[in-house]
Design a protein around this ligand. Structure first.
Ligand code: GRF
Length: 203
């Protein structure tokens, strides 16, 4: 299978996927990295890893629908089977998401369904939760809501700042995102009637 990674920024999760996929036994190929921002740091990192990159600049499109149409065209042109959102900061329209249903996953820096949206580490600290973490989920039209594939939890320490907590979570993101991608590619996890079914025997 051919995987596309969509980014908007620094691309550390993208790198964790590229590095995992470089292993000879990894069952998928990172075929392309697509950014919606020309200045995304991740672009240079992908190029340095010899992964082809494409740009679909949202500023060149009048509205979300035309941006999504252009993005879809690139994915089709690149013969993509599976899409990984990795710090991709654009909301995708319903028709686009529908086209990729069961074939598009995202990583979110919180234990969903808690802390959807932005600034998750600040909010976790403000709420005083003792456990925080990250979630890989299938993408559905509503943001940060899709069926959950994998999660990792980390402790919240009294001394934490958003940065120290975020770094602890990010280290786990880099572990579970490649693992979740593998599950989906090997069809050991799939979307069935809106829920994730995981073949536990093969974990
Ligand atoms: C990560 O925290 C990810 O969970 C969130 O955006 C951030 C992207 O970081 N969706 P990076 O670009 O992968 O370094």
């Amino acid at each position: 299978p051919r995987v596309a990674i969509l980014i908007s920024g620094r691309g550390s999760n993208m790198m964790s996927l590229i590095e995992a996929a470089a292993a000879p036994d990894f069952p998928a190929e990172i075929a392309v990295v697509i950014s919606n921002r020309p200045d995304a740091h991740g672009l240079a990192r992908a190029q340095a890893a010899n992964i082809p990159t494409r740009m679909v600049d949202h500023k060149a499109h009048a509205d979300r629908a035309s941006f999504d149409t252009a993005l879809h065209a690139v994915l089709v042109e690149e013969q993509i089977d599976l899409v990984c959102l990795a710090g991709f900061m654009r909301l995708l329209t319903g028709p686009f998401v529908e086209n990729w249903r069961g074939r598009m996953i995202n990583i979110h820096p919180a234990l969903l369904p808690s802390f959807k949206g932005l600034h998750t580490h600040e909010r976790a600290l403000a709420e005083g939760v003792r456990i925080h973490g990250c979630t890989v989920h299938f993408v559905t039209p509503e943001m940060d809501v899709g069926p959950i594939l994998m999660q990792a939890a980390v402790p919240v320490l009294d001394t934490d700042t958003p940065d120290t907590l975020g770094a602890r979570v990010l280290a786990q993101e880099h572990v579970i995102y490649p693992a979740a991608l593998r599950l989906v590619v090997e069809r050991r996890a799939m979307l069935r009637e809106g829920r994730v079914v995981i073949d536990e025997f093969m974990l």
